[in-house]
Design a protein around this ligand. Structure first.
Ligand code: AFP
Ligand code: FBP
Length: 321
């Protein structure tokens, strides 16, 4: 039984980055306690407000955001924060070495139905002489660490600092994250995919053809059957992909022409792409490697196709055709 703290030491993670990661883990553990309390914690239901993306904020969205903001602002190593629930980046400590982007509660529509939700973090290096939102405008390839904490039947944390992806499970007795998989490997091949199929008529032709061929199963060009899963929380779907392989996608669509993509680059796509790549998988928009995208603003959205290497590459072949 090796703790997160011991793992960070034994893998020679930069002690300051390790200290920040322990703070992220503490945030996850505190949110996990609130999630476990459900209605008893007073966290269910919606607030009166909307976030910058025009989405109604759930109570726990706001509570989790405030909790993380408070703890990270108190961390001298953090220069600034960017959150799904904040219109603009928030300055913390000018001398800090790190910039942290986060989705405090991914999958928030799941909270009231007692289903999977999670928190996602991305850590970038601060840049000398650059402050405010401009400092965050770095490709995901620059991330020093990425992690999510999934509040499921067990609370688990997937973490990478660029030396593979590791999985930890929160021990509720001791409130510590304990290593459960020291080298996550996504199987190269899969028979499972995840997509919100209700958007089918809005997808681009390449995605239409790819999914139609999966659904055609044994009788179709792929010559085998595929199964579908959709958790409606990227954090849950990506956790399944890391645990047993699969392809997850939220592709471009024309449902709302003003918003062709759903997932946010800085605090959803980038950290998940790093975790997936570090576990041997692939993460792309269909046309570009996610980690190579040069961001233009902190809340920008992208198409995402990620997971088992061979299957994602097959999907990308449809985009080349
Ligand atoms: P929130 O961050 O607003 O909770 O949204 C979660 C999410 O962006 C992502 O985690 C899911 O993959 C996706 O929404 C689910 O979308 P559908 O509503 O299309 O199922
Ligand atoms: P198990 O109890 O064998 O895990 O099966 C669960 C289940 O019967 C239902 O709970 C669920 O709706 C269904 O399987 C999911 O089926 P599918 O694999 O077709 O998505």
């Amino acid at each position: 039984m090796s703790s997160l703290h011991a793992q960070l030491q034994s893998r020679n993670v930069d002690p300051e980055l390790a200290s920040l990661i322990l703070t992220l883990a503490e945030c996850g553990s505190a949110i996990s306690t609130l999630v476990r309390g459900g209605a008893l914690s007073g966290i269910l239901g919606a607030t009166e407000s909307e976030n910058v993306q025009g989405e109604t904020q759930k109570k726990l969205d706001v509570i989790a955001n405030d909790l993380i903001k408070e703890r990270l602002s108190a961390q001298p190593l953090v220069q600034a924060l960017a959150s799904e629930e904040e219109d603009h980046s928030v300055d913390a400590n000018p001398a800090g070495r790190f910039l942290v982007s986060f989705d405090p509660l991914d999958g928030s529509s799941n909270i009231d139905i007692n289903s999977l939700v999670g928190t996602i973090f991305s850590v970038l290096p601060a840049q000398s002489g650059v402050s405010g939102e401009a400092a965050f405008m770095q490709p995901g390839r620059n991330q020093l660490a990425a992690c999510y904490i999934l509040y499921g039947p067990a609370t688990v944390m997937a973490l990478t600092t660029g030396q593979g992806t590791w999985m930890f499970t929160l021990d509720p007795q001791t409130d510590t994250f304990v290593l459960s998989d020291g080298q996550v490997q996504i199987p190269q091949q899969t028979g499972e995919f995840a997509i919100n199929a209700s958007n089918q008529r809005f997808w681009q032709p390449a995605m239409q053809r790819y999914i139609a061929d999966l659904i055609a199963g044994k009788e179709g060009p792929r010559g085998r059957n595929f199964n579908m899963r959709w958790i409606a929380a990227m954090v849950g779907d990506v956790h399944r992909v890391l645990s047993r392989g699969g392809l997850f996608t939220y592709p471009q669509d024309t449902k709302n022409p003003a918003k062709p993509y759903k997932l946010r680059l800085m605090y959803e796509a980038n950290p998940m792409a790093m975790l997936v790549e570090q576990a041997g998988g692939v993460a792309s928009t269909g046309y570009e490697t996610i980690l190579d995208i040069e961001p233009e603003q902190i809340h920008q959205r992208v198409a995402v196709i990620l997971g088992s290497k061979d299957e994602v590459e097959t999907c990308l072949d449809y985009h080349k055709a």
